[in-house]
Each structure stands twice: as C-alpha cells, then as structure tokens.
Ligand binder design. Structure first.
Ligand code: PRP
Ligand code: ZN
Ligand code: MG
Length: 225
C-alpha cells in the first residue's frame, strides 16, 4: 500500500485514454512536466504524482491500494472485477465519478457475409476476445453456450485467420471492424472512462486534495455539457 504524502494517480501510458486523462488533469490545474519516456511524472504545483502504466494494470493497482486514484475505462474495470468475482476473490474500490471521454462499446462481430438473425446463431461458436468475463456474463444471461478464444490483441484478425468464427471486442469509430471485413451484430457493454479511488483511508490532506480535484472535474464536465 502507498503511504506516501503525495497523491498517486495511475493513468494509461498510451492508448485511447492517455491524451484525455492528461488534459483533464491539466484542466483541473495540475501542472506537470510530461516526458514521453518517463513513467512517473511529478506535479510542480500540487503534492501529486502520476504513474503512467498499461490500462489493464490500473484496476489492480487501485484494488491493492498501490495507487490512490486511477483513471480507467469501465470496460477494463468491470472485466477485471468480474474475473475476480468468478474466481471467488472480492475486490474493493470507490467509484468517484464517470468521465465524459473514452466512450466505446464492447460488441460481438461476425464476418460481413455471414448471415445473422439472433444470438442463438452463436450457439457453440468459438468467439475470440480480450474480454472473456464480460462475454461470459452476457452469454450466460442469454443462455447461449459458446467457446472462448482468448487473444490479448489483434482480435479482429481471428475470423480471417481461422481462429474463431466471431469476435467480441471494443468498437469506437467502427473503422477496425470495417477494415477487417466484420460487422457488429450485438452490443454487450457500453463504456466510458471513470475515476476510482482505493478503499483504504488516504489521510486528511490527501483526501482533501482528492475532494478538490473531484469538484474541479465536475466543473470541467459541466462546462463541456
Ligand atoms: C480497440 C479495440 C479495437 C479498436 C476499435 O483497441 O481493440 O482494435 O480499438 O476502435 P475503432 O472502432 O475506432 O476502430 P485499443 O488499442 O484502443 O485498446 P487496447 O489497446 O486497450 O486494446
Ligand atoms: Zn489495454
Ligand atoms: Mg486493440
């Protein structure tokens, strides 16, 4: 657990949330001298440090209290929380606020020329995904058995490569699906970025800083509405 006097915030190093996580902090008045190569950045005007990590590592860092705050997609958070739940492990964190960026959806997609009428068509299909738990929950709710094919990247290539007959991956603009000859047939989860805090007490000063940041974030988001 981090007991540093400085607030530790984990954000995505590179990917769909990085730029907007950085600009949100900037809009909240946090001054940081960003250096592409450096994975920890120190604020010059607040007792706050930024850890730049892989998005998939952020929920665990917050659950374990290694960092105080994390900016993460609900998709990654919910996937990992579900994974722990399925494994019988409890997780704890505080949801501070949903953020107004990082919108995307988790969808099932099929090759464009494969006919589709309902989820029943996917009975016993092999589906490639990096989100096995969200997919499993959805398919269980629909009562449709399927076979999981876990890929941590380039999921869209699975049907062409003969690894699976369908995929379940994030869609934002839809350009990746289009470029790989796939079409979206079911939306299973809608996601945005969110700000989470560890459950372990932060101490008065750090908590006061968190409250101040949260108020500023709400101000920034209202101004954007
Ligand atoms: C996601 C997803 C798709 C792509 C879809 O990857 O895995 O490949 O974005 O976006 P589009 O609909 O705009 O084409 P991304 O690299 O953003 O996330 P990840 O690195 O966490 O998998
Ligand atoms: Zn990722
Ligand atoms: Mg990807």
């Amino acid at each position: 657990m981090s007991n540093s006097k400085r607030l530790r915030v984990a954000i995505q190093k590179s990917g769909r949330l990085s730029k907007e996580s950085q600009s949100l902090l900037k809009l909240c008045g946090v001054k940081i001298n960003w250096n592409e190569q450096r994975l920890i950045a120190y604020s010059e005007n607040m007792p706050l440090d930024i850890l730049r990590v892989r998005d998939d590592d952020i929920p665990g860092l917050v659950f374990d209290g290694v960092v105080d705050l994390g900016i993460i997609g609900e998709n990654v958070l919910e996937e990992q929380e579900l994974g722990c739940k399925f494994a019988g492990v409890g997780v704890q964190y505080k949801m501070l606020t949903r953020l107004d960026f990082g919108a995307c959806r988790l969808s099932i997609a099929l090759p464009r020329d494969v006919p589709y009428s309902s989820i029943e068509d996917l009975k016993d299909a092999r589906i490639a995904t990096s989100y096995p738990n969200l997919l499993k929950r959805y398919m269980q709710q629909q009562n449709v058995p399927f076979k999981n094919c876990l890929l941590t990247g380039s999921v869209e290539v699975a049907p062409t490569a003969g690894l699976a007959s369908a995929i379940c991956d994030l869609v934002s603009s839809g350009a990746t699906l289009e470029a790989n000859g796939l079409r979206e047939v079911e939306v299973i989860y809608q996601s945005k970025a969110c700000l989470i805090q560890r459950v372990a007490e932060l101490g008065e000063e750090k908590q006061a800083l968190v409250d101040k940041l949260l108020t500023r974030i709400q101000g920034v988001q209202q101004a954007n509405e």
